[in-house]
Write a protein that binds this ligand. Structure first.
Ligand SMILES: Cc1cc2nc3c(=O)[nH]c(=O)nc-3n(C[C@H](O)[C@H](O)[C@H](O)COP(=O)(O)O)c2cc1C
Length: 319
């Protein structure tokens, strides 16, 4: 059975520079969701969001913007903006678990408010012709929230629902609730995409065997930790390519150059790259040591030296 691989967005990581570099070097992702846009009360799109979506900055085959809001007005405003750039779909974030967001009735904090979701979808679909898709968790407090919401979603035209089967209050702890995921797919006629904890081709196969009707799969943290992952899943290969260190090194340098041009001052680029290594280090045989070496770097020169030692050390391990 053929399948579609999507990139599940990570704010602060999967911006256009990462997307372009990952697509150029590794490929394998059929469509990318952009990290959310949030208006925070103002009817204007921040420059950083604009830059991330401008078609001239994006070279991936298919990009889908996302918005985090509980207001039909805001959704419509962002829909108008992204349509002006040529996008035909807008994804609504009903998944973000962080209390700063959920306390304001946004992200997974909106899931318990099914009437508000219903009103938002009703108004948005009557006033805009943009395709709407959803990104959701099972609920914030408990999974009755999604079970109560699914019948309401049946009344709406929704392109697809990317479902991460955890509760908001779990953040990223505990296991994804695969039993509840199954219950959800049995209780909806919408097209459901699975998202959560796919970090290897083997894990993907296991999930695909368990949910044979699911056709699209979204990779989040796993794709940053291992940018080869989509390619490996597409070719059903459990091994990294023989020259992965070389490929990874070129990918890393492209990312570095991109952020170096964009960010002001060495401190910012250092912080940015160090945050990537929290994930990248998982690709290495000793993640803890690999990450610690990078974290210890106090300037860009030492950082480059740490990257070199990490890559060479890994080369030695392989031989
Ligand atoms: C740092 C971070 C930022 C995230 N930003 C977003 C976001 O902007 N929009 C979104 O829908 N999900 C966001 N997510 C959630 C991921 O897209 C994904 O749903 C989640 O990590 C579970 O999938 P995974 O186990 O494959 O990572 C974020 C997750 C993390 C860890």
């Amino acid at each position: 059975m053929s399948f579609t691989l999507l990139s599940s967005p990570l704010q602060g990581f999967t911006d256009f520079r990462f997307r372009n570099a990952a697509d150029e070097f590794f490929g394998g992702i059929n469509a990318w969701y952009a990290p959310y846009i949030r208006l925070q009360g103002r009817q204007e799109i921040k420059n950083s969001y604009q830059r991330d979506l401008l078609p001239e900055n994006n070279h991936v085959p298919h990009l889908i913007p996302q918005v985090m809001t509980n207001s039909a007005e805001e959704f419509l405003f962002v829909a108008g903006y992204v349509q002006g750039l040529g996008y035909t779909e807008l994804n609504l974030n009903l998944g973000c678990p962080y209390p700063m967001v959920t306390k304001r009735g946004l992200g997974s904090g909106l899931l318990k408010n099914k009437e508000r979701i219903n009103d938002l979808l009703t108004r948005v679909s009557s006033e805009s012709d943009i395709s709407i898709s959803l990104k959701m968790r099972l609920g914030y407090e408990d999974s009755h929230e999604i079970l109560d919401l699914l019948p309401i979603l049946e009344k709406h035209i929704i392109k697809n629902i990317v479902l991460h089967p955890r509760l908001g209050k779990q953040l990223y702890k505990g296991k994804a609730d695969l039993e509840m995921f199954k219950k959800c797919i049995e209780n909806t006629s919408h097209n459901i995409c699975y998202n959560g904890d796919i970090d290897s081709a083997a894990k993907f196969r296991e999930l695909k065997d368990r949910f044979p009707t699911i056709q699209s799969w979204a990779l989040g943290r796993g794709l940053i930790a291992n940018p080869f992952l989509a390619q490996m899943i597409q070719s059903d290969n459990d091994q990294l390519p023989n020259d992965w260190i070389d490929q990874f090194s070129r990918f890393h340098d492209t990312l570095f150059r991109g952020y170096d041009e964009a960010l002001s001052g060495p401190k910012h680029i250092l912080i940015k790259m160090q945050s990537f290594w929290e994930y990248f280090s998982l690709l290495f045989s000793n993640p803890h040591k690999t990450y610690k070496r990078i974290k210890k770097a106090k300037n860009v020169k030492v950082y480059h030296e740490a990257v070199r030692i990490n890559l060479e050390g890994e080369g030695d391990e392989i031989q």
